[in-house]
Design a protein around this ligand. Structure first.
Ligand SMILES: O=C(O)[C@H]1O[C@H](OP(=O)(O)OP(=O)(O)OC[C@H]2O[C@@H](n3ccc(=O)[nH]c3=O)[C@H](O)[C@@H]2O)[C@H](O)[C@@H](O)[C@H]1O
Length: 437
């Protein structure tokens, strides 16, 4: 108080702010006005009213929006179809929300779940990272035929997610929506943060706030092993040296998942996929665009390490990965959180991270040789030193945990899988009828 005295004395000497304008130091001006609130009661009351109104306004603004949204109309007009799609064949069946449902793994997994009798609802924003026509074809030719309804929407839309979780009581979420591809992060880094971090958190929030929180199974990636040199890659190995932003966001996802598991009792299984390939695959992946380029007699760049070192991948066939996903859903324990009705979780919830690989790496050279054989076309090859923009030299999964936890047993070797892919590719793109073939 003694320290304040000189300032207060000074304030008392300041003339009222009338007449000729005199600049006043902001701090002194502020204290001066505060003193005046205390000394003039009608003004004081007025300021208190303004202050309280502001607080009340801020409180209401910070509450989750309950106002009807565009999606309210959209979902309510589709609610019968959504509920129908979500209804399992028997009471023992799961009710699964598949995000990224028109994506490569999403479409295959949704169909497999539906075919065995589970209730499935898909969610996808049909983003244009690669050919939207292919995504639409997956919907019409795979999902529609299997009876899977897909909601067109974004995982970042919290109002839509909340509405979806209110409409259907999901037992599981198979979260596959993501910004994929290790090299594209050089072009659009923020898309990785938006989907793989923000979007993931949004899905976890919606799940944790559901009336009965579902178990989550989601796609992490082999890329989290980064420059790991110990083979095969085990879940016990360090994953703190990612070499792509994609890998960094997947690694961050694993950490975020752990926090939600710990705090909110969400049962979470992260599956580290190893270079998944097969029919209806992603056109941004090497086996896919190599096929296109070989058929069009265009040059393919084969990455090599220093001193012509071999680059290899533990290519994993889609059907094996889908089996792993379904098994992860079947073995997932219930979440222990009390959803939006309660505050405390009932106990520790399950938390797993599991490799889904093929455990037999194949070099990119061999991949191209197999494609040449299957396509009956000689590739125009160019060896290129692997650019430092996201690629790792090799991947190799240790699948002993997957075997133990999920009964996972990959059964398709690269040649068999590529044969199925090539057959699909030629058929889908109607290649034989085209002049370029
Ligand atoms: O397991 C994963 O978690 C990731 O798998 C996939 O990444 P990658 O294993 O890198 O697959 P992909 O790009 O098909 O390259 C295959 C091979 O071809 C080599 N490659 C690539 C391009 C090229 O022009 N030349 C070349 O030799 C290249 O060096 C590599 O050795 C997914 O895209 C990714 O989303 C993620 O899911």
């Amino acid at each position: 108080m003694t320290a304040l005295k000189p300032i207060l004395n000074h304030i008392d000497t300041i003339p009222p702010n009338t007449g000729k304008f005199k600049p006043v130091k902001p701090s002194v001006y502020f204290i001066h006005h505060r003193l005046r609130f205390h000394t003039s009661s009608p003004k004081c009351a007025l300021w208190w009213i303004i202050f309280l109104s502001l607080i009340i306004m801020l409180f209401f603004l910070s509450q989750p929006s309950t106002t009807p949204h565009l999606h309210t109309t959209m979902l309510s007009s589709k609610s019968t179809l959504i509920r129908l799609s979500a209804t399992p064949r028997s009471t023992r069946g799961h009710i699964v929300l598949v995000t990224g449902a028109v994506g490569f793994v999403g479409a295959h997994a949704s169909v497999a779940l539906k075919r065995r009798g589970d209730g499935v609802v898909g969610l996808d924003n049909y983003n244009p990272y690669y050919d939207v026509g292919l995504k639409t074809s997956r919907k019409t030719q795979l999902l529609d035929r299997a009876g899977v309804f897909v909601v067109k929407g974004d995982i970042n839309d919290d109002v839509l997610l909340r509405e979806l979780f209110d409409l259907v009581q999901f037992t599981h979420v198979l979260h596959l929506a993501a910004q994929a591809g290790v090299r594209y992060a050089m072009i659009d880094p923020s898309s990785y943060i938006k989907s793989n971090i923000d979007g993931f958190v949004n899905v976890l929030e919606a799940a944790k706030n559901a009336v009965v929180p579902p178990a989550i199974v989601w796609a992490s990636s082999s890329s989290v092993y980064g420059l790991n040199s110990k083979v095969p890659f085990s879940e016990q190995d360090r994953t703190d040296h990612p070499v792509s932003l994609y890998a960094a966001t997947k690694k961050a996802g694993e950490a975020i998942a752990h926090a939600y598991n710990h705090i909110h009792g969400l049962s979470i299984t992260g599956l580290r996929f190893f270079t998944v390939y097969g029919p209806w695959g992603r056109p941004d992946m090497a086996y896919f665009f190599f096929t296109k380029d070989i058929l069009n007699r265009k040059q393919v760049s084969i990455f090599e390490g220093e001193n012509h070192g071999t680059i290899a991948r533990d290519f994993t066939y889609i059907d094996d990965v889908v089996k792993g996903c379904l098994s992860a859903i079947d073995t997932a324990k219930k979440s222990t959180g009390n959803g939006r009705n309660g505050r405390k979780k009932k106990g520790e919830a399950q938390f797993r991270i599991i490799n889904l690989g093929n455990t037999s790496p194949v070099s990119v050279h061999k991949l191209v040789r197999l494609l040449e054989k299957l396509l009956k076309v000689k590739a125009k090859k160019k060896m290129v030193l692997m650019p430092r923009n996201g690629d790792v030299p090799f991947t190799h999964a240790d699948i002993s945990l997957a075997r133990m936890e999920l009964g996972y047993k990959p059964s398709v070797d690269l040649e068999t899988g590529l044969r199925k892919f090539v057959k699909w590719y030629l058929d889908y793109y109607d290649v034989k009828k085209k002049s370029s073939w």
